[in-house]
Design a protein around this ligand. Structure first.
Ligand code: G3P
Length: 219
């Protein structure tokens, strides 16, 4: 399973990368705004800074919602670095743009997926990744993990190469359940990745080992 970090914060990206288990980064316009990044040139420079930290898979989202605009912006984003994956919303022109980028060898991440039919269409268009939003479905009393299960099943049925990138992951159990289901990737905040390390029995066990070692050494 690949781990992506869902942030545009460079310190958090560095911290996750330094852990040695990070496979990529996802951003979106809200996350860029949260870091105070705006204006074409600053946005591009920020994506470049992210690419310089990680090995691959940096999702950069288009703002345009028309086909020509998405193609123009997506090509500009793809030029920043080979690690860029162009993030395209699940709308009609977005599907056409994904198809076009696929034919040109530009990787895409189809975002704002809330239903299995959307994921099926994105895979047929040749998306590299689809991003179903688990937490946002849970927020409105739908079962976000059930959607991950449906998409994984559909892609297995037909052997689609599109990878299921579980997004809007809010806590460690979301991530663990996505791993059980077989999602290819989970993108999540830093606290979810570091949260996986925690167990009280690990902490108390280590404290006992160290205390016993000190006692035996006569300290
Ligand atoms: O990758 C999508 C993600 O940023 C959405 O997360 O927590 O805003 O629903 P959230």
């Amino acid at each position: 399973m690949k781990f992506f970090i869902d942030t545009a914060n460079l310190d958090e990206i560095r911290e996750a990368y330094d852990l040695g288990v990070l496979d990529g980064v996802t951003t979106n316009p809200s996350l860029m705004a949260k870091e105070g990044i705006s204006g074409d040139e600053r946005v591009k420079a920020h994506y470049k800074a992210i690419c310089d930290i990680v090995d691959d898979n940096v999702s950069a989202e288009v703002i345009a919602t028309d086909f020509e605009g998405m193609i123009r912006e997506g090509k500009e984003l793809a030029k920043i670095d080979d690690k860029i994956v162009v993030k395209i919303p699940m709308i009609k022109d977005g599907v056409k743009a994904i198809k076009k980028f696929h034919s040109e060898g530009i990787r895409t991440n189809c975002t704002l997926i809330f239903g299995p039919g959307q994921a099926l269409v994105a895979a047929k268009a040749g998306a590299t990744y689809v991003s179903p939003f688990v937490g946002r479905l849970d927020d409105i009393s739908y079962d976000g993990l059930e959607l991950i299960d449906q998409i994984v099943q559909i892609y297995q049925n037909y052997g689609y190469a599109t990878q299921v990138l579980a997004a809007s992951i809010r806590h460690t159990m979301h991530l663990i359940k996505c791993a059980e289901i077989g999602a290819d990737v989970a993108t999540c905040p830093l606290k979810v990745i570091t949260g996986l390390l925690k167990h009280p029995l690990t902490d108390s066990g280590l404290a006992t080992f160290l205390a016993d070692h000190a006692k035996a050494a006569g300290k």
